[in-house]
Write a protein that binds this ligand. Structure first.
Ligand SMILES: [Zn+2]
Length: 339
């Protein structure tokens, strides 16, 4: 049973959606497997696909561990597949579904000493999300993963307050992750889903949180923005100026802090496929806010920093912090272990 140690390489951003989950699809949905059972997608009553198919290594914990070993990563934190997590349109049905995903993740990770897991959080109802985080915490979750919730009012919503409060109280980081699960988003995303729409969703979610004053009210809450924060680190000056001059806000402006101070409240993974951007982020927010990630097992996986042949460009203290020590500091990694 590997226990976290200062020299460990910890991947905070990888995914697992145990195939057993799809044996119990959410209410009003069915799981449609491909003929070779290599991929599965949720369909609703009118057979309209919601989200993209889950496939390959994403469905199998041992496959994730094999990739992890190949890349010489010591510990990986796995989250669910956001497209499927956020597919239900009924809040209670989504909450039940997320609880099932969390339960199957706990079971899968129990057999894999080098994995930890994130609670799947429903994004339609903040009270239910807070409840799911609590249930998952008791089952060994080391944090939670939440969809950017673009089509459901975003992450500045007042009903999310119990979630932020519970996460802060429990000391569990929340990872904000984009996904596409509503068919009406598809034309907006177009074929540039991965390189443009995903970072847009993350940027939007972060700005919604800043505008709603979440960093001010929950200074000890830890929120991880995937894909290095989308466009936020590059556009924060523009966001700051806009917030200062926004005379007719659609929501009451509650934040006394500046966007630049909120920048160092967030945490950022390194899944950005660019040494220059990682160096820019270190300069902007400090290495204490960066967490190595891979986005394993997807085609967009980035092993350029954390992988077996990772680029060795960081100074030793930044390297130790980003590759493992920061994750140890903010995630309760000893949870969910039996030793
Ligand atoms: Zn991801």
């Amino acid at each position: 049973m590997p226990e976290p140690s200062p020299s460990m390489k910890i991947d905070v951003h990888s995914h697992l959606m145990p195939s057993a989950v799809f044996g119990h699809p959410p209410r009003d949905f069915r799981s449609k497997w491909s003929p070779d059972r290599a991929s599965v997608v949720l369909e609703d009553e009118v057979s309209e696909r919601r989200g993209r198919p889950a496939k390959g290594d994403l469905l199998d914990a041992s496959a994730i561990v094999a990739r992890q070993k190949e890349q010489q990563v010591d510990l990986s934190i796995v989250g669910g597949w956001v497209d499927a997590m956020a597919a239900p349109t009924n809040a209670e049905s989504q909450s039940d579904w997320c609880r099932l995903i969390s339960s199957e993740l706990a079971t899968a990770v129990e057999r894999q000493a080098s994995l930890r897991w994130l609670a799947s959080l429903p994004d339609l109802d903040g009270g239910l999300a807070a409840e799911e985080l609590g249930v998952a915490a008791r089952a060994g979750a080391v944090g939670g993963i939440l969809a950017t919730s673009f089509m459901n009012g975003g992450l500045g919503r007042a009903d999310l307050e119990p979630l932020w409060a519970n996460a802060e109280r429990l000391g569990l980081p929340i990872m904000i992750h984009p996904g596409v699960y509503d068919p009406s988003e598809t034309p907006i995303a177009g074929e540039l889903l991965i390189p443009v729409f995903y970072p847009y969703l993350t940027t939007r979610a972060a700005v919604e949180m800043i505008r709603a004053g979440v960093p001010d009210r929950y200074p000890d809450l830890k929120v991880v923005l995937v894909h290095a924060g989308g466009f936020l680190p590059y556009q924060f000056g523009r966001v700051e100026h806009w917030l200062a001059t926004d005379r007719v806000p659609t929501v009451p402006k509650q934040s006394p802090s500046t966007t630049s101070s909120a920048l160092s409240w967030f945490y950022y993974d390194t899944v950005v496929h660019s040494r220059k951007v990682v160096e820019f982020l270190i300069d902007l927010v400090g290495s204490s806010q960066l967490l190595a990630g891979s986005d394993c097992p997807f085609a967009m996986s980035d092993w350029s920093l954390i992988g077996a042949n990772g680029d060795d460009y960081l100074g030793s203290s930044d390297r130790a912090a980003i590759l493992g020590a920061n994750a140890e500091r903010i995630f309760p990694l000893h949870r969910g272990t039996t030793s």
